[in-house]
Design a protein around this ligand. Structure first.
Ligand SMILES: [Zn+2]
Ligand SMILES: [Zn+2]
Length: 446
């Protein structure tokens, strides 16, 4: 894909925009309304031809070529190996090294990653990282170049095939403009992408085991198709499938399947919350070969300053999501009436009501309960409960006769019908609050 696409930004323009207004997204949309959606009547000028030709021709060549080219095991192994090499150029290089600066690669490793990344034919580091920084900054807004809210197709590949309807939001790439390796790759991009994307993966099987055709079809073209869609899945699948393990404000999700197809980039919910962390997966059992590669490079002295977000903040994110889930569960349960929702009655009225044959009114901890519906279900027997009608059974309930279980206390509270005037002597002690309500989730504004 063209490294020039979509728009070049000069230093001067970047500097002007560094004072980004607070409401940058709405401000920009007002100033520069998006182009109308793609229409077929002017397709010639609307299509971005280089990506389109590349992304349509490579799967066709791979499919047709595979019908006429026997797959030799050496070529098959090399193709998988080269998929990981060029894929890592994107994940460990373009993404974690240059877009996020999540670690510092030694200069030889930087050159190797820049070359490997060029072999993935996804544009230059500078263009790719500029878009990716905008993606993180304006996730799920029109200023995100692969805005997932525009649908799976758009975020996967559609955004590359037609001219952007709006320029991606401002992202600071001054560090990249000054970066020696980024500049070198940009200068030699076309040569590098042809050599690393096509010539080298054809030449190795040709020179090593005499399979030039297999090298071209499988290691160059078919491998490229897989690398392309592997990266594209991070923008589409990772914003669609899986769990919001750390935050649910935006679309990124964590899923093993996405990790498997993207060399470990599938823990995308974590990644959007903690983008400067060199890991995508934080648990040892999660699949993140890019993290393992970076850690191995560190052991070899080729990478240093591997950044990790503070464990406390990471756990806080996970904890917030668990609490949200518990709050949803809490809201699905029926809770007893609070004292302010109940009528307040005096002792005389309580006595009079308690004589009504259809009711069995029992006072416990300042609340009057109608236990008539529960008489037959009372494990201690109907008779015992009936003798408590019109009486204060607080002491009896809490151990005088039988020290009831927490479940019994929770259930008792469900039978509240009134509050006794002046009867909440126990309000300060724990008898007033059923056990299930002593720890519960309350929003800060409630
Ligand atoms: Zn994303
Ligand atoms: Zn990222």
């Amino acid at each position: 894909m063209s490294s020039e696409h979509p728009q070049k930004e000069t230093h001067h323009q970047q500097h002007d925009k560094s004072s980004v207004p607070d409401n940058y997204v709405t401000h920009t949309l007002k100033q520069h309304p998006p182009l109308p959606p793609f229409q077929w009547r002017n397709w010639r000028t609307e299509i971005t031809w280089i990506p389109l030709v590349l992304l349509v021709s490579t799967p066709l060549i791979a499919a047709i070529g595979a019908c006429y080219t026997p797959l030799r095991w050496q070529t098959a192994l090399f193709s998988v190996f080269y998929y990981y090499v060029t894929g890592m150029g994107i994940t460990a290089g373009y993404h974690r090294q240059w877009s996020h600066r999540s670690y510092t690669a030694a200069l030889p490793l930087q050159y190797a990653l820049a070359m490997a990344g060029a072999g993935a034919c996804q544009g230059s580091i500078k263009w790719w990282s500029r878009n990716h920084r905008a993606h993180h900054r304006y996730t799920d807004t029109p200023l995100d170049p692969y805005n997932a809210t525009d649908g799976f197709y758009h975020s996967h590949i559609g955004w590359l095939l037609v001219k952007p309807r709006i320029k991606p939001g401002f992202a600071d790439i001054q560090d990249l403009s000054k970066d020696e390796v980024v500049r070198w790759q940009l200068r030699w991009y076309l040569t590098l992408t042809l050599v690393m994307g096509f010539a080298l993966p054809t030449a190795v099987p040709w020179l090593a085991w005499g399979d030039a055709q297999g090298g071209y079809v499988y290691a160059a073209v078919m491998r490229l198709v897989f690398v392309h869609h592997s990266t594209f899945c991070v923008n589409s699948l990772a914003h669609w499938l899986g769990a919001a393990s750390f935050d649910d404000k935006h679309s990124p999700r964590d899923h093993l399947l996405t990790a498997l197809v993207s060399i470990g980039e599938g823990y995308h919910n974590f990644h959007h919350q903690f983008p400067a962390d060199y890991r995508n997966a934080i648990h040892w059992y999660q699949y993140d070969p890019t993290k393992w590669f970076i850690a191995a490079c560190e052991a070899l002295g080729l990478a240093h300053q591997l950044r990790r977000f503070g464990e406390n903040e990471v756990r806080k994110g996970a904890w917030s999501m668990k609490v949200k889930e518990m709050r949803r569960e809490q809201e699905g349960l029926v809770w007893p009436s609070a004292s302010e929702e109940l009528p307040v009655v005096g002792w005389e009225e309580f006595q009079e009501q308690a004589r009504t044959p259809a009711r069995t009114l029992v006072l416990v901890a300042g609340f009057i309960h109608d236990l008539a519906p529960f008489l037959d279900a009372h494990p201690g027997g109907r008779a015992l409960l009936a003798t408590m009608a019109g009486k204060d059974a607080t002491t009896a309930f809490f151990g005088g006769i039988y020290d009831h279980s927490n479940a019994a206390h929770n259930l008792l509270a469900m039978h509240r019908v009134a509050v006794l005037h002046g009867g909440c002597a126990h309000a300060a002690d724990e008898k007033f609050v059923p056990p299930a309500q002593r720890l519960r989730i309350v929003c800060h504004d409630e």
